[in-house]
Design a protein around this ligand. Structure first.
Ligand code: BGC
Length: 771
């Protein structure tokens, strides 16, 4: 039995705001994940002395991140990895690279992003530590989100495992692979809470829930960093600070008007979890928060981030976000943008070049104080020290190591992670797993497709191409001739004769596996969707397949929750298959053919219609809650639609038959113990995720209708009963008032132990009043 259970806080009901933000991390399981990392590197007199020796231009250089150049940039194998550099001839590549080396030698560059060839990186590092005046190493960083040589499932998929330690292990594997290519830092994890499924970047985080986001944030930081400073450690750069996921109407780069309270209750806790796990870098977000762009937001980057949350590391901008202060209308020009960003607490400018261009004059004019500049430079140097770069700037720059393929264990881990990410949404009549011997028609564009297995942010060349669903099924079936394949349509368009061919294929089969969904281009940055449905050409194919009368198993590929309609929604069996990476086909085949029982749970609510977005289970209580009927007047629902989700957060079936007993709740010290029996009445062993939700029945600030406070993965043999028991701490019962003061929970609370949100019957108990 693996466990993410919670334990009681020390017997004190007095909780400060920092503790509140970090409430989940008092659990034994998670502090063990976080490891013995320091919250911030200790001050170091030698680094202060180094800062004292630097010219203002050299200081500005340390605050500047450039896109990597390579003398091999003209080679397609290198060029494809560096989207920031326009196509060049070999002569131009050499000339530009020489210019970058000259800037490094002059002390004008502190950071290099998205490098791809270790030979150029070595030359760059030599220019820094052997040929520059102060010999300060450069730091290499890139977007290692879920892949390097091995592509693991996208982060949202991994969150469906409800297994933070799995995410720690895949982040560790990514770090081992990427550090071997010379990288010192990853622009990851993204810990933005994603509550609007129209937003394309939901795919990069852990979904809609605060607890899940906290646990996965801490786990991923621990995984990337391993032992800080080691040759296989990657510094984690947590992003995007803050509330990037709360953009109005799910539109990327759009701002939000969040209250300070919601910011603290929902959007900041995953960052606090990441900092407590040892993250030393954070990326400022593109968006505004309550009218002020995050990158030029002193309240956010200094008062909240440093003074309240205790962050001691360095803040970097997000790809020119300091320059974007001009487009936002906060800054008048480039110099003004640098003044605003640096004074707000943004230490490093990514790519724009504005920091080195304007800092010297701004300091001379007194618009930026030397103390502010020195503080930023000191933070950067301490981060470089924590990465081990002063001790050995070449520790990750080893050409032989960079060419070694990933260890075989990473491929096994990719399969394990993919299997654990799959969610069985529906299984009418026990259609799945497919019994031995049926003739299978694999229909839909994602059957043979191998171009959309990885999902967004798989920027680097993997060791092996991904395994398509078709390949996975062929490898797993006793007789591959049982499988016939017909794409039926393209992802976004009909194919001439496609539906007819698919119909003929289906008619000669016993069961149709319909592989539908989104291309990887439909998820990720700049990929908000106005309607989160299956594209029309695929929907038409699904209707045609349903009309054949053959049993339909729908396998979805997607980077967000979808609003499923018609034949897709009604298909008797439905799997959420996300973007699963290298091992896509093998993992899906293992679940479809019953080698394993599915164990994933939805980290995002599936709505009935896009218009319900943002639609998440932890909504605040309405004064006119809907009863469930689609046609009642003067209640909180859309015309003609019940307020129910299609599938709630936390939902996921197994191949067993899991039943929950009634919930028991009892006071225990200053907290509560909640328990329920969980029985597997089926004939297959399963892993069941028992989830504990609470609701504060009455408080001066309206509380969410439900809040996940703990969960436990129970391994249940056929016929086995176990007790899910959760210790509810005062911190879990607390909330914030409008002034963001922590208020201890009191009076009546409802507690659920259930297989999903919005499911089951709660037990009510009075938790008393704090003394
Ligand atoms: C994204 C970041 C990413 C950066 C560097 C930006 O556009 O918002 O998440 O780390 O680019 O690639």
């Amino acid at each position: 039995m693996s466990s993410q259970t919670t334990s009681l806080l020390p017997a004190s009901a007095v909780i400060d705001r920092r503790q509140f933000l970090a409430a989940a991390l008092v659990t034994g399981a998670v502090s063990a994940l976080a490891g013995p990392l320091e919250a911030a590197p200790a001050p170091d007199a030698a680094l202060d002395a180094l800062v004292a020796r630097m010219t203002v231009a050299e200081k500005a250089g340390q605050l500047h991140m450039e896109a990597a150049l390579s003398y091999r940039q003209a080679e397609p194998a290198v060029a494809q990895f560096n989207p920031f550099v326009p196509p060049v001839t070999p002569q131009q590549a050499r000339a530009q690279f020489a210019e970058q080396l000259a800037r490094i030698r002059a002390g004008g560059v502190g950071w290099i992003m998205t490098p791809m060839d270790v030979e150029s990186m070595i030359l760059g590092q030599k220019a820094a530590v052997q040929q520059s005046r102060l010999k300060i190493p450069v730091l290499f960083a890139a977007d290692i989100i879920h892949s390097d040589r091995t592509v693991f499932p996208v982060p949202l998929a991994e969150a469906a495992s409800f297994d933070p330690d799995l995410a720690r292990r895949t982040a560790r594997a990514c770090a081992v692979e990427a550090s071997a290519r010379g990288l010192d830092a990853a622009f990851a994890p993204m810990v933005d809470v994603g509550r609007d499924q129209r937003w394309g970047r939901v795919v990069e985080g852990a979904g809609e829930d605060v607890l899940l986001a906290r646990l996965f944030a801490a786990a991923r930081v621990a995984g990337f960093q391993g032992k800080l400073g080691a040759a296989d450690s990657l510094l984690a750069c947590v992003k995007h600070f803050a509330a990037y996921g709360a953009g109005e109407s799910g539109l990327d780069y759009q701002g939000n008007a969040l209250s300070e309270r919601v910011l603290h209750e929902v959007y900041l806790p995953p960052f606090q979890a990441a900092f407590d796990a040892g993250a030393l870098l954070v990326m400022a977000a593109f968006n505004t928060v309550d009218g002020v762009p995050a990158t030029g937001n002193r309240h956010l980057l200094t008062e909240i981030l440093r003074d309240q949350m205790g962050f001691g590391g360095a803040v970097i901008s997000d790809f020119r976000s300091e320059e974007e202060l001009i487009a936002h209308g906060q800054a008048e020009d480039g110099a003004d943008a640098v003044r605003l960003a640096l004074n707000a607490g943004c230490d490093v400018g990514m790519v724009s070049g504005l920091f080195p261009l304007h800092i010297p004059a701004l300091v001379a004019q007194g618009a930026i104080s030397l103390a502010t500049l020195d503080r930023a430079v000191g933070r950067v140097l301490r981060v470089k020290q924590a990465a081990g770069l002063f001790a050995d700037p070449f520790r990750r720059l080893d050409p032989a190591r960079s060419r070694r393929p990933a260890p075989p264990a990473h491929r096994e881990l990719a399969r394990e992670a993919a299997i654990k990410s799959i969610v069985l949404l529906r299984n009418e009549g026990g259609l799945l797993p497919l019994r031995a011997g049926p003739r299978i028609a694999l229909v839909g564009p994602f059957g043979p497709d191998a171009d959309n297995c990885h999902g967004p942010w798989s920027t680097f060349t993997p060791d092996a191409p991904p395994v398509s669903l078709e390949q996975g099924l062929r490898a797993a079936l006793p007789d591959p001739a049982l499988l016939t394949v017909a794409p039926g349509c393209a992802i976004d368009a009909a194919l001439p004769g496609g539906i007819e061919a698919a119909r003929a294929t289906a008619q000669n089969a016993d069961v149709v596996i319909l592989a539908l969904g989104e291309s990887q281009r439909m998820s990720g940055e700049s990929s908000s969707r106005v309607d989160i449905v299956i594209p029309p050409a695929q929907q038409a194919l699904a209707e045609a397949m349903a009309a054949t009368g053959k049993p339909l198993v729908v396998v979805l590929r997607h980077g967000r929750a979808l609003a499923l309609k018609g034949a897709v929604r009604e298909a008797p069996a439905l799997l959420a298959g996300w973007f699963l990476g290298t091992e896509t086909g093998h993992a899906l085949a293992a679940v479809l053919l019953g080698k394993v029982s599915p164990s994933g749970r939805l980290p995002v609510t599936f709505p009935q219609a896009t218009g319900q977005e943002p639609y998440y289970y932890a909504r605040e209580s309405s004064g006119r809650p809907a009863s469930g009927a689609p046609d009642e007047l003067f209640k909180s629902h859309f015309i003609g639609l019940s307020d129910a989700p299609l599938y709630p957060f936390g939902h996921g079936l197994t191949y067993g038959d899991v039943r929950y007993g009634p919930v028991q709740a009892a006071r225990a010290g200053e907290g509560v113990v909640v328990s329920a029996s969980v029985t597997n009445a089926g004939s297959r062993a399963v892993e069941e995720v028992a989830q504990c939700y609470l609701h504060d029945v009455a408080s001066e600030v309206v509380q969410p209708v439900q809040k996940l406070v703990a969960f436990e993965k129970l391994a249940l043999a056929p016929g086995e009963t176990r007790t899910a028991r959760f210790a509810i701490t005062p911190a879990m019962l607390a909330h914030l008032d409008q002034a963001c003061h922590v208020v201890a929970g009191s009076g009546a609370f409802d507690f659920w132990i259930a297989p999903a949100a919005r499911t089951g019957t709660p037990a009510r108990i009075d938790v008393g009043r704090p003394t």
